[in-house]
Design a protein around this ligand. Structure first.
Ligand code: ATP
Length: 285
């Protein structure tokens, strides 16, 4: 079995006239991995992803996606493209076709498409199967984008802000769908502004800021989150108390002895991914 990484990037640089959008990033995504790129608006996420998809050209760097440089389309060609699924940031054009016509049309481009009805069901559009695309709501259009990204049974799926406009229920069903794709062996690179999405789905996240990857780590250890001090909170004589500690267990035992049992309104909190992320990109001190 080929165990080469699905994506290998070394020293990727992209400039738009004077502006350096991507300032030399290194990135490896292993086969079967879900990797989330996080970063503020304008950080360079879409630029990076679209270079990997072959839609933009890098100024410099070594790039391999499923073993090929996406810029040399002549070599990679249609066969390479067939192995990749793409959900771009912008929504699909609202053609005068129905949902089923659109998905069936895209299925024809691929050698090994998934079942059209099944995919429409997987993205939660069965009720809208005969509706024209231009009659769909924003969130439903986004679901259609996801259907078109996965219809070709891709080995590698790029998702650029896939759940923007989804209601909470749709986001959760989308997460289930992504987990199913992962269990089938699909490699997934996604960008998102939703920290809970990264936390739920990603094996590793990369935080990009001003065109630089500032850290790559699993969500649970990003920014030293696992070793960050915990906040222990409780109530004593009607007054809220709190302390920061690197050993919350010890503090809870002490409090337990102090109260001789139940600690009123005890809470132990570690910084969540959002707090750590905002700190990393300099939004909070
Ligand atoms: P967002 O979260 O807002 O989608 P992003 O991280 O995807 O942001 P990019 O779209 O990659 O960011 O943009 C990175 C930088 O490059 C930004 O400063 C943006 O203005 C600039 N940029 C992107 N595309 C172009 C372009 N076609 N021409 C000129 N500048 C561009």
């Amino acid at each position: 079995m080929n165990t080469a990484p699905a994506i290998e990037v070394r020293g990727l640089v992209k400039k738009y006239s004077n502006k350096t959008a991507v300032a030399g990033i290194d990135l490896t995504v292993e086969q079967g991995e879900i990797f989330a790129l996080l970063g503020p608006n304008g950080a360079g996420k879409t630029t990076t992803v679209e270079i990997l998809e072959g839609y933009r050209k890098a100024n410099s760097g070594e790039i391999k996606v499923l073993g090929f440089d996406p810029a040399t389309k002549g070599i990679a060609g249609q066969k390479w493209r067939n192995r990749i699924g793409i959900v771009l940031q912008s929504a699909s054009d609202a053609a005068d076709l129905s949902v089923i016509e659109t998905v069936s049309h895209f299925a024809n481009y691929y050698q090994n498409p998934k079942d059209v009805d099944q995919v429409i069901n997987d993205v939660g559009l069965t009720e809208k199967i005969d509706s024209k695309v231009h009659q769909l709501s924003g969130g439903q259009r986004r679901r259609l984008d996801v259907a078109l990204g996965i219809i070709g049974s891709p080995e590698l799926l790029f998702l650029d802000e896939p759940t923007t406009g989804f209601d909470p229920e749709a986001r959760r069903s989308f997460w289930d769908l992504i987990r199913t794709l992962k269990s089938e062996g699909t490699t997934i690179l996604l960008t998102t502004h939703y920290l809970d999405e990264a936390q739920e789905l990603a094996d590793r996240v990369g935080v990009i800021n001003n065109g630089q990857l500032i850290e790559i780590a699993p969500p649970s250890t990003l920014g030293g989150r696992n070793n960050a001090p915990a906040k222990v909170m409780w109530v004593e004589n009607g007054v809220s108390k709190e302390l920061l500690t690197s050993n919350p267990t010890e503090e809870v035992i002490k409090l337990n002895q102090h109260f001789n049992g139940q600690i009123p309104e005890l809470q132990v909190l570690r910084p969540n991914l959002e707090e750590i992320y905002l700190k990393m990109i300099g939004e909070v001190k």
